[in-house]
Design a protein around this ligand. Structure first.
Ligand code: SF4
Length: 700
C-alpha cells in the first residue's frame, strides 16, 4: 500500500510538537510524534495523538459559502463569487458611511502566521483601521506588555532546553502537566534525573503539576503580586539578591525597592493565604539556585492586574540576576499554537508587524511605505472585549470572525451574544459548523483546516516551523490566506496577488530585516528542508537563537532591564458582592481544547471528563448542603450556569473551578462557564479577568 507522509506541527497548544502525518491509498490518516523534532522527540499528548480522528471526521465541516439577507432567514448556499461580492459591498458601504473604524476583524492564535500577516495588512494598511484583534488577547497579552515594559520588547528570552538545565523552577498560575504536557514530561525527566532540582508551584488548586513539586503555594486567587513581592522581600532581607546585576544591568527603580521595604511578611502571608514559612522556603530555593526559571500561563495573564502579576514575577529574575544564562529566565507559556506568530506580525489592535510600535510615527511610516500605502492609522484599535462592547453600542457595525468561537470563549458571553445580534453584518470564517458563533453569521465562509493548507507557526520558545498539507480541503473550503486575498481584491486593493503563500511569508520576512526579530534567514523552502528554527535567524546559514540576553544588553533605550513597580499590592482583593462569597476560577481540562469544536468530536478524549463539573472543596459543599454529583446553580453578576458538583480536596476552600470548554449542551446555554465570568480587563493589556469572579452556589 502506498503511503504519503508530511512533517508538520501539532495544531493545538503552544508547545509546538512535531508530527509525522501519513495518508494511505484508502485516504486513512495516521499521526505519530516526530522522533527527530527538537521539541517533543517523538512524544505526543492525548490531544495530539488523536488529531487524525479530528481531520478524518468531516461530518461537521462547513463545505460551501452560505449567506442570508436577513437574520430571520435561514443561511443559504451561495457561490464564492457571490459571497465575496456581498462581503465587499457591505464592508464598502459601511466604511463609506461610517468610516474605517466601523468595521473590525476578530481572529485567532490558531491562524497561521501568513494569515495573520494578511489580515493585518488588509485592516491596518488598506482599510485603514487598527480594529484587528485576536483571541490571543484572552491568552497572553499581559505577558506581551510586561516583557515589553521590562525587557524592551515582547521577547521570550529562554528555550525548553533551559528547563532541563535549571535547578529551581517556579511554576505560577499554570498546570503544564495537563495544558502543556510534552514540555512537562521533559521537566519530569529532568527532576527524576536530578532530584535536587527544586520545583515550586503556586496555584489555588493542587493540580497534577504539583505531583513533582517540592513546594506548593496554595494561594488565594488574585493575591499573586502580594506573594511574589513577599518572596522578593525575603530574598532582599536574606541577601540573596545580585547587587552587581542590579547596578550594571537594570534602570534605577527606587519605587520598587520602596514597595519591597514596606512589606510586612507576616501580613503578606495572611493576605495571600500561604504559610510564612513556605514563603521563606520559596525564597531559599530561589535564592540558592545557580539557575532559576519561572514558567507561567493563564493564572497570571487572565487577570485585571495581569501585567502587574507578570511584572512582579519577572522582578524576581532582575533581583537575582537570573536571566540570560543556561537554565535561567522568565518563560511565559503560550496557550495557542501560533499566539507567538501572531505577535510577530503585529496581530493585535495595539501592535505593528516585526515588533514595530504603533505609537511610533516613524515605525508607522516605515510599514506604510513597505505596503505602498499613504499612512497607517495612529490610534490603537478595539481590543477583543472592546470590539464586542462597540458592536453592542452600535459604534462598530461589522465584524469578521476568523477561526475562533467568541460566543463560548469570551468573558461575560451573554453580552457577546447581544452584540452579535445587534451587529449589522457578521462574517464567520471557520472549518466547523460546531462553532456556535456560526448561528449569528450573515455570511459563513468555509475554511481549510490543519493538514489542508500551508503556512508557518511559532511556538512558545520562538521556534518557527512549517505546516504542510496532506489532504485537499473538503467541498469548496479554501485556505484562509486565499479567502483574505480574494476579499482584498474584491475591495479593489492592490498588493494581494501572491502566487502562493510562501510569497506572503517572504514579504513578512523582508519586513524583519535588521530588527530584533530578524528572520531574513528563513523561507518556506529552508523550513521544509532543514526543520524548525528559533528566531532571530538573520542569515540563510544562521542556526537560530535558543537564548537571548546572554550579554545582558536588553532591548530598552538604555540597554538596561526595568523593574516593574506594582501598585495592586496595596489594593488587596475586591469585596465580594452581597451573597456571592465564592471565587470562581476557570481553566482547561487535560483532554479538551478551547470550545471543543475539534476535541469534542473524539469520543476517547471525552472519556476523561464528558461534562462540565464544578470542583468544590467538600467542606464548602457540606456547608451548602450539596452532595457529590448533585446539580447546582452558580450565579455571578453576569449570568447563571448549572453544573454537577465534584468534590475535590485539591481545591482551596472558598474557591471553585469550572472548565472553560463547554458551550451550549442539549440546547441549553446554562452549561457555558463564560455566562459567569467577569468582564473587567487589565488596564495595560486589556486582557480579561477570567480567573476571578465572585459567585453564589445553591442546590438546583
Ligand atoms: Fe499538541 Fe501541545 Fe500535546 Fe504537543 S503538548 S501534542 S503541541 S497539544
Amino acid at each position: 500500500m502506498r503511503t504519503t507522509q508530511v512533517k508538520t506541527t501539532c495544531s493545538y497548544c503552544g508547545v509546538g510538537c512535531g508530527i509525522i502525518a501519513s495518508s494511505n491509498d484508502r485516504g486513512q490518516l495516521s499521526v505519530t510524534g516526530d522522533p527527530d523534532h527538537p521539541v517533543n522527540k517523538g512524544m505526543l499528548c492525548s490531544k495530539g495523538r488523536n488529531l487524525n480522528y479530528v481531520v478524518q471526521d468531516q461530518t461537521d465541516r462547513l463545505l460551501y459559502p452560505q449567506m442570508r439577507l436577513h437574520r430571520s432567514h435561514p443561511l443559504q448556499r451561495v457561490t464564492w463569487e457571490k459571497a465575496m461580492l456581498r462581503a465587499a459591498a457591505v464592508f464598502r458601504s459601511i466604511i463609506d458611511k461610517h468610516g474605517p473604524d466601523s468595521v473590525g476583524f476578530y481572529v485567532s492564535g490558531q491562524c497561521l502566521t501568513e494569515e495573520y500577516y494578511l489580515v493585518n495588512k488588509l485592516a491596518k494598511g488598506f482599510i485603514g483601521t487598527n480594529n484587528i484583534d485576536t483571541n490571543s488577547r484572552l491568552c497572553m497579552s499581559s505577558a506581551v506588555i510586561a516583557y515589553a515594559k521590562m525587557l524592551g520588547e515582547d521577547t521570550v528570552p529562554v528555550s525548553y532546553e533551559d528547563l532541563e538545565q535549571t535547578d529551581c523552577l517556579f511554576v505560577a498560575g499554570a498546570n503544564p502537566a495537563w495544558c502543556h504536557p510534552i514540555i512537562w514530561r521533559r521537566v519530569e525527566a529532568h527532576k527524576t534525573a536530578n532530584p535536587q532540582v527544586k520545583i515550586i508551584v503556586a496555584d489555588p488548586r493542587k493540580t497534577d503539576t504539583c505531583a513533582i513539586a517540592d513546594l506548593h503555594l496554595q494561594l488565594i486567587p488574585g493575591t499573586d503580586v502580594i506573594l511574589y513581592n513577599a518572596i522578593a522581600r525575603r530574598l532582599y532581607d536574606t541577601g540573596r539578591i545580585d547587587k552587581g546585576f542590579i547596578r550594571d544591568h537594570t534602570e534605577a527603580e527606587e519605587n520598587y525597592f520602596r514597595i519591597l521595604k514596606d512589606i510586612n511578611l507576616r501580613k503578606a502571608a495572611k493576605q495571600c493565604g500561604v504559610p510564612l514559612n513556605d514563603i521563606k522556603l520559596a525564597a531559599e530555593y530561589i535564592g540558592n539556585a545557580k539557575a532559576f526559571m519561572t514558567m507561567w500561563a493563564m493564572g497570571l495573564n487572565q487577570s485585571k492586574v495581569g501585567v502587574e502579576k507578570n511584572g512582579a514575577l519577572i522582578n524576581l529574575h532582575l533581583l537575582t540576576g537570573q536571566i540570560g544564562r543556561p537554565g535561567a529566565g522568565p518563560f511565559s507559556l503560550t496557550g495557542q499554537p501560533n499566539a507567538m506568530g501572531g505577535r510577530e506580525v503585529g496581530g493585535m489592535a495595539s501592535l505593528l508587524a516585526a515588533h514595530r510600535v504603533l505609537a511610533n510615527a516613524s515605525h508607522r511610516d516605515e510599514i506604510a511605505r513597505f505596503w505602498g500605502v499613504d499612512s497607517l492609522p495612529e490610534h490603537p484599535g478595539l481590543t477583543a472585549t472592546q470590539m464586542f462592547d462597540a458592536l453592542e453600542s452600535g459604534k462598530l457595525k461589522a465584524v469578521w470572525v476568523i477561526c475562533t468561537n467568541p460566543v463560548v470563549s469570551m468573558p461575560n458571553v451573554n453580552q457577546v451574544v447581544r452584540a452579535l445580534k445587534k451587529a449589522k453584518f457578521v462574517v464567520v470564517q471557520d472549518i466547523s459548523a460546531r462553532a456556535e458563533t456560526v448561528e449569528y453569521a450573515d455570511l459563513v465562509l468555509p475554511a481549510a483546516g490543519w493538514l489542508e493548507k500551508t503556512g508557518t507557526m511559532t511556538n512558545a520558545e520562538r521556534r518557527v516551523s512549517l505546516l504542510q498539507p496532506l489532504a485537499s480541503p473538503p467541498g469548496e473550503a479554501r485556505p484562509d490566506a486565499d479567502i483574505l486575498c480574494d476579499f482584498a481584491r474584491h475591495m479593489g486593493f492592490t498588493g494581494f496577488s501572491y502566487q502562493n503563500v510562501s510569497e506572503v511569508y517572504d514579504e513578512y520576512v523582508r519586513m524583519t530585516a535588521g530588527t530584533n526579530i530578524d528572520v531574513t534567514g528563513l523561507s518556506h523552502q529552508r523550513l521544509k528542508k532543514e526543520g524548525s528554527f528559533q528566531w532571530p535567524v538573520p542569515t540563510p546559514d544562521h542556526p537560530g537563537t535558543p537564548r537571548l540576553f546572554g550579554d545582558h544588553q536588553f532591548y530598552t533605550n538604555t540597554r538596561r532591564a526595568r523593574f516593574f513597580s506594582t501598585s495592586s499590592q496595596r489594593q488587596g482583593l475586591p469585596a465580594p458582592p452581597e451573597g456571592k462569597p465564592y471565587i470562581l476560577t476557570t481553566g482547561r481540562l487535560r483532554d479538551q481544547w478551547h470550545t471543543m469544536t475539534r476535541t469534542g468530536k473524539v469520543s476517547r478524549l471525552l472519556r476523561h471528563q464528558s461534562r462540565p463539573l464544578l470542583e468544590i472543596h467538600p467542606v464548602d459543599a457540606f456547608e451548602l448542603e450539596l452532595a457529590d454529583d448533585q446539580l447546582a446553580e452558580i450565579t455571578s453578576e453576569y449570568g447563571v450556569v448549572r453544573a454537577r458538583i465534584k468534590y475535590s480536596k485539591a481545591i482551596r476552600k472558598g474557591v471553585v473551578f469550572l472548565p472553560m470548554h463547554w458551550g451550549k449542551t442539549l440546547n441549553s446555554p446554562l452549561t457555558r462557564v463564560n455566562n459567569l465570568t467577569d468582564d473587567k480587563i487589565d488596564p495595560y493589556s486589556k486582557q480579561p479577568n477570567f480567573k476571578f469572579t465572585y459567585v453564589s452556589i445553591r442546590p438546583y
